[in-house]
Design a protein around this ligand. Structure first.
Ligand code: GLN
Length: 443
């Protein structure tokens, strides 16, 4: 009730929620109380949280941030939603996002942009911008996001949160509205690694309904939280500290890495030589998969349908023209082009070959070091409306995208603020900065 009141009070300004499910939340909270009374409470029983509006939720609107699905009420729950409910968590609602998870600022939402609670002039990042803003503003202690090329880590960095993209296949994609199926992965956004560990334990695991989910036991991720850091080998990818990195971000990230050194870790430089090809490869593969995944939105089977279609072709054309936003159309066109006969080998196949090299770069690096560290994003959160050019927006994802192409896990953790900070770690104003930590598959 406290958090629902906070949402009521603050979300008019932030716009982090698309749908608040107060009634269902109060019911779920009563069930959590009952479980507690019977001594059946687990660590997450009664935990309030929010779900990115890309997770299908039974009986609740699931829009993916699109006009296309503005009237779509899901008839079933995504596996992530089912598992979180089974763990006793209480969802307060569905959070705002870039349309179909395409974007890095949350400005591509049909429901309008989201504001960054640290500085209302700034974007919260994207595409899981609503989830990030809701946690940062204390509207919920944790939220679920999805990450296809950075959409958990970058908004977590921009909003001062800990956000984890698990290994591809660790969490079931069943019921998560598909953007790029070979890259999409769900994960938690919260205030600490400990919170992320608990939540990942609840959502991970094999699922017969997602053939790419991996049949592998789920460890207790909280067990190693306090493991000593002495002897940990940290690699700093040379390519992640080059041109385009803001000095303020670099300074904060290097200072954070210095803390690991004082705790006994060793640091050395490594190279990921194919890094410059990650964005071009991603922007062939992701739109190709998106153009295929989004072909189901045809005005007949789901969601938006245009008024008074003249015939079937007019129905398809106008429903898609009116239902999709500009960025989504851009990507459908790119993807359709690269998958066309005569272009497939030059674009899609070539991009998949590059993807293999990028993955190999990481595996080679993890032969030498335990983890890689660097910035999550080249800049702190930028101003709303400041980044109008699609290509410069795509460049935002320079440090996050290769991770999805390789399928490895990545986390962004808070590493200070622009403008420095006061004693006690409290911000003195300024915008948050994220340190990204990468591990090998399932690490
Ligand atoms: N910003 C990237 C894109 O627009 C990544 C988004 C995501 O991870 N869903 O595709």
């Amino acid at each position: 009730e406290h958090l629902l009141a906070r949402i009521e009070r603050h979300d008019g300004e932030l716009n982090s929620f698309i749908t608040v499910t107060a009634e269902q939340a109060l019911e779920a909270a009563d069930q959590a109380d009952a479980a507690r009374a019977q001594g059946e409470a687990g660590p997450l029983t009664g935990l309030p949280l929010a779900l990115k509006d890309i997770f299908c939720t039974r009986g609740v609107k699931t829009s993916a941030g699109s006009r296309m699905l503005d009237n779509f009420v899901s008839p079933y729950d995504a596996t992530v939603v089912e598992k979180l409910a089974a763990a006793g968590t209480v969802s307060l609602g569905k959070t705002n996002m870039d349309e179909f998870a395409m974007g890095s600022s949350n400005e591509n939402s049909f429901y309008g942009p989201v504001k960054n609670p640290w500085d209302l002039a700034a974007v919260p990042g994207g595409s899981s911008g609503g989830s990030a803003a809701a946690v940062a503003a204390g509207l919920v202690p944790a939220a679920m996001g999805t990450d296809t090329g950075g959409s958990i880590r970058q908004p977590s960095a921009f909003c001062g949160l800990t956000g984890l993209k698990p290994t591809y296949g660790r969490v079931s994609r069943y019921g998560m509205i598909a953007y790029a199926s070979s890259l999409d992965q769900a994960g938690p956004m919260a205030r600490s690694a400990a919170d992320c560990a608990l939540l990942l334990g609840a959502i991970a695991g094999h699922d017969l309904r997602d053939s790419t989910s991996v049949a592998r036991g789920v460890p207790d991720y909280t067990e190693e939280l306090d493991a000593p850091l002495s002897g940990l080998k940290i690699g700093l990818p040379r390519e992640y500290f080059g041109d385009g990195l803001s000095p303020e971000v670099e300074g904060a990230v290097r200072e954070a890495i210095g803390v690991f050194e004082t705790l006994g870790a060793t640091v050395r430089e490594v190279s990921l030589p194919h890094t410059p090809y990650a964005i071009p490869a991603y922007y062939v593969i992701a739109p190709a998969e998106a153009s295929s995944n989004l072909s189901r939105f045809d005005g007949v089977r789901f969601g938006y349908r245009c008024e008074a279609p003249a015939d079937l072709i007019d129905l398809y054309k106008r429903s898609r023209a009116e239902g999709f936003g500009e960025e989504v159309k851009r990507r459908i066109l790119i993807g359709t082009h690269t998958l066309s006969e005569g272009f497939f080998d030059a674009y899609y196949k070539k991009a998949q070959q590059v993807r293999r090299l990028i993955r190999q770069d990481f595996l080679d690096a993890f032969d030498e070091v335990d983890v890689l560290m660097g910035p999550a994003s080249p800049t702190p959160a930028f101003d709303l409306g400041a980044n109008k050019d699609p290509v410069s927006m795509y460049l935002q994802d320079i440090y996050t995208i290769a991770v999805n192409l390789a399928g490895i896990p990545g986390i962004s953790v808070p590493a200070g603020f622009t403008g420095g900070r006061s004693t006690g770690g409290r911000p003195t104003g300024g915008r948050p900065i994220g340190l990204q930590i990468l591990g090998t598959h399932f690490a």
